[in-house]
Ligand binder design. Structure first.
Ligand code: PAF
Length: 280
């Protein structure tokens, strides 16, 4: 597996692959790779000839009181895992490589960045959109794969690629879960053993809410309130639990199809997010 630190090394390698007519898939990560990330790499291998993964803990998507400095950095183990998966190249830029101190440009994807995680993490999606746009411009892949656990992030990236005419196919890959249902996330490592036992309740309550939506005529407002009450009882501090339309994240009514339930909640110091699709 090739290991690149600079933009020019990536561009040279990608030029060679492209000159041979090879299809390139890209997976952007912040490292601390788990089965969720490795599933993205496996899917990437299925849809392309070459797979390149970036590992970059992006400072611009963290708020001032968030976990940027504590975010787990496990690059040596990550590279071994990627090599085992047959990944072709890994890009490990430094902050200085990706962000010129004179940089004046950032990307804002309006509306869908403003709600839910965008409301509680001001500036987060601009940081994500900017770094993903830069990485896509450096790697110039044919397709890029993102996990659907971060559904709002996925919509932001899909919208930015469409609006800026980026010649890349953005693919969403279903959430990978632990056996007890907890969505895989690097932040699960912050949970204490007691919190880890409680954390799968998020997925159980999402499933309960989905059953109520499908099998009863209970209003969405009532389902949301009940779900928040149960999560609170379990020890979560709920940021949001909302039934929305999948295409624009607007609050849904019973007339809408293509729904998703979005949830974010803190358990102790750990902020967990998850979601569940509903096709009516
Ligand atoms: O989902 C992530 O790990 C990050 O937000 C991403 C897409 C790699 C951008 O830094």
């Amino acid at each position: 597996m090739k290991n690149f630190q600079t933009i020019s090394e990536v561009r040279q390698c990608v030029d060679i692959w492209r000159s041979r007519g090879e299809r390139i898939a890209f997976v952007a990560t912040m490292g601390n790779l788990h089965e969720g990330h490795l599933t993205l790499v496996r899917e990437a291998k299925r849809c392309a000839d070459k797979v390149i993964v970036s590992i970059f803990v992006n400072p611009t998507q963290f708020g001032v009181n968030e976990d940027f400095s504590n975010y787990p950095r496990t690059e040596t183990q990550d590279c071994l895992k990627l090599a085992d998966e047959g990944c072709d190249a890994v890009f490990l830029p430094s902050v200085e490589t990706l962000y010129d101190s004179e940089a004046k440009t950032s990307i804002q994807v309006a509306e869908i960045s403003d709600y839910f995680c965008g409301e509680s993490r001001r500036g987060h999606f601009s940081g994500v959109a900017t770094v993903v746009c830069k990485l896509l411009n450096i790697v110039t892949p044919h397709c890029a794969l993102f996990g659907l656990k971060d559904f709002q992030q996925f919509l932001v990236i899909q919208t930015l690629a469409r609006d800026l005419n980026l010649p890349v196919e953005i693919l969403g890959i279903p959430t990978v879960r632990e056996v007890d249902g907890l969505a895989m996330s690097s932040r699960n490592g912050y949970l204490t053993p007691q919190e880890r036992d409680v954390a799968p309740q998020i997925y159980k309550i999402l499933q309960m809410a989905r059953n109520q939506i499908i099998n009863t005529s209970t209003s969405f407002t009532q389902i949301q309130e009940q779900s928040i009450a149960i999560l609170t009882e379990c020890g979560f501090v709920v940021d949001y639990f909302s039934v929305v339309r999948r295409d624009d994240l607007m609050l849904a009514s019973r007339n809408d199809n293509n729904l998703i339930i979005l949830v974010a909640a803190r358990l102790g110091k750990t902020r967990l997010i998850d979601n569940l699709w509903i096709d009516k």
